[in-house]
Write a protein that binds this ligand. Structure first.
Ligand SMILES: *Cc1c(COP(=O)(O)O)cnc(C)c1O
Length: 360
């Protein structure tokens, strides 16, 4: 973590939080922001209408306790029963709640490396230990090494953030077969992968598939996440999550999107996939070697990524630099959006690289 150490902490503060940093992805405003993998085409049309038509008087009352209507809509969308769904204030909340639900103080959380940066932080917030296991050279998860940690909680992300790589089926099967505790599979980008692991739920009652409406569904600002799993597993996450976590507006808009905007969402997923593959080709043309992506972003190794990212920012294009990733090295992660945005990004990246190559 590059966040400076917090000095002069309150003596009454929780000791385990001594080195918990505030999340800081250095997200300063930029004209064209391709840093956070949200839906750059915008809000689905019926969801937008639901926001405009929301009866504001509703906010004087509490929302539903555990998001009954949203659960029902998500269950229909996913093809499962509502008792297999738990919702949360973003899938961040689901991850946090799941760790609290299953981890006793000091238990181990094992995650692949690189992956979603919040995992070790949520572990620490819940007074758990965490360990990171370097991915395999082909960017698949090292199942044997993850299992060898003996961790009670294992976290994998498929497609993985920030690489975009899919975890192989046989890798997940091995983890399911041998994991001693709970296996969390983060599917924040599953819609862009063309395959889902939902059928794996039939093989184990200790698998939690974690999903979100922040990415493909374009509702990041409303904070809707959910998990799918065996009813007994989901019930424990719901206990640790607590009541009223999804606000009334968010629930209503999300339900509308699930009932009326799926076709729009699917069309835009198809566009994102097409443009992702087009972006990959453009990066190859720049003599770069992008990692094949199954998500709505592309991770491309670029030396001196922070410097290159800064140069691109000066030209009005924001991408996310990841210095020194295990197995990858310095890399940029570029979100996919409408082609003119991506085209502009490629142009600015090309110029930044030319300048850099001339200098060195
Ligand atoms: C974006 C993202 C999330 C967070 O999603 P929210 O539902 O907005 O909290 C979770 N996991 C991964 C891997 C992500 O990239």
């Amino acid at each position: 973590m590059s966040t400076p150490a917090i000095t002069n902490r309150l003596a009454i503060a929780r000791a385990a939080y001594d080195d918990v940093p505030l999340y800081d992805p250095k997200r300063t405003p930029v004209k064209l922001d391709l840093t956070d993998n949200t839906n750059l085409w915008g809000v689905p049309p019926n969801a937008e209408r639901a926001i405009r038509e929301f009866a504001s008087a509703t906010v004087t009352r509490y929302p539903t306790l555990y998001g009954t209507e949203l659960k029902a809509a998500l269950a229909t969308h996913a093809g499962v029963t509502p008792d297999m769904i738990v919702t949360g204030c973003g899938s961040d909340d689901i991850l946090d709640s799941a760790m609290r639900a299953f981890g006793n103080e000091g238990d181990l959380v094992a995650a692949t490396d690189p992956t979603f940066a919040m995992v070790p932080i949520f572990a620490k917030m819940n007074v758990l230990r965490s360990t990171l296991v370097t991915e395999l050279p082909d960017h698949d998860v090292d199942a044997d090494a993850l299992l060898a940690t003996g961790a009670k909680l294992i976290y994998v992300c498929s497609p993985n953030n920030p690489t975009g790589a899919l975890v192989a089926r046989r890798t997940l099967e091995k983890l399911i077969e041998h994991a001693p505790g709970v296996l969390m599979i983060d599917e924040a980008y599953v819609e862009f992968a063309g395959v889902s692991n939902i059928d794996l739920l039939a093989r184990s009652s200790r698998v939690l598939l974690i999903r979100t409406m922040s990415k493909a569904f374009g509702l990041a600002g409303l904070r809707i996440g959910y998990a799918i799993g065996h009813p007994s597993l989901v019930a424990e996450v719901e206990k640790s999550r607590g009541p009223y976590k999804v606000n009334a507006l968010a629930e209503q808009v999300a339900v509308t999107a699930l009932r009326q905007d799926v076709q729009w969402v699917e069309e835009h997923i198809r566009m994102a996939i097409e443009i992702r593959d087009r972006l990959t080709i453009e990066l190859l043309k720049l003599d770069l070697d992008p990692i094949p992506s199954s998500a709505n972003f592309v991770c491309v190794p670029v030396k001196h990524c922070v410097e290159v990212g800064m140069a691109m920012r000066e030209q009005g294009v924001g991408v996310r630099p990841f210095p020194n990733l295990p197995r990858v090295g310095d890399a940029l992660r570029i979100s996919v959006g409408p082609w003119p945005m991506v085209e502009q990004c490629v142009k600015v990246l090309g110029a930044a690289l030319t300048k850099k190559r001339k200098k060195s």
